[in-house]
Design a binder for this molecule. Structure first.
Ligand SMILES: [Zn+2]
Length: 97
């Protein structure tokens, strides 16, 4: 086994853990951390797209909810605030984020 094989084996193992919906053991956490580090090293992913990024709540415009501050639609994800109220930028009106 050379270096590339070891990296591939760790990433394959991490993918198996990521796909399972059961609780993750401390050992598996180590594997996931090692895999995300290796993905960055091998250029498979950038620092900005590590696993934490995917767990952020969706900011998709929600047209069925009015802003509880000013009454505009759409609101940002489940925040109940429109773009300008949520982001503090008037340019964010009308789902423009
Ligand atoms: Zn608002």
């Amino acid at each position: 086994m050379d270096g590339a094989d070891i990296i591939a084996a760790i990433i394959t193992k991490a993918e198996g853990i990521e796909k399972s919906n059961r609780a993750i053991t401390p050992d598996e956490v180590k594997t996931l951390k090692a895999a995300s580090f290796l993905r960055i090293l091998t250029g498979e992913t950038s620092m900005a797209t590590t696993t934490n990024e995917e767990k952020k709540p969706s900011l998709a415009p929600n047209w069925s909810c009015k802003c509880e501050n000013c009454g505009q639609t759409p609101t940002v994800g489940k925040s109940r605030l429109c773009g300008p109220c949520y982001f503090g930028e008037a340019d964010m009106a009308g789902g423009n984020w």
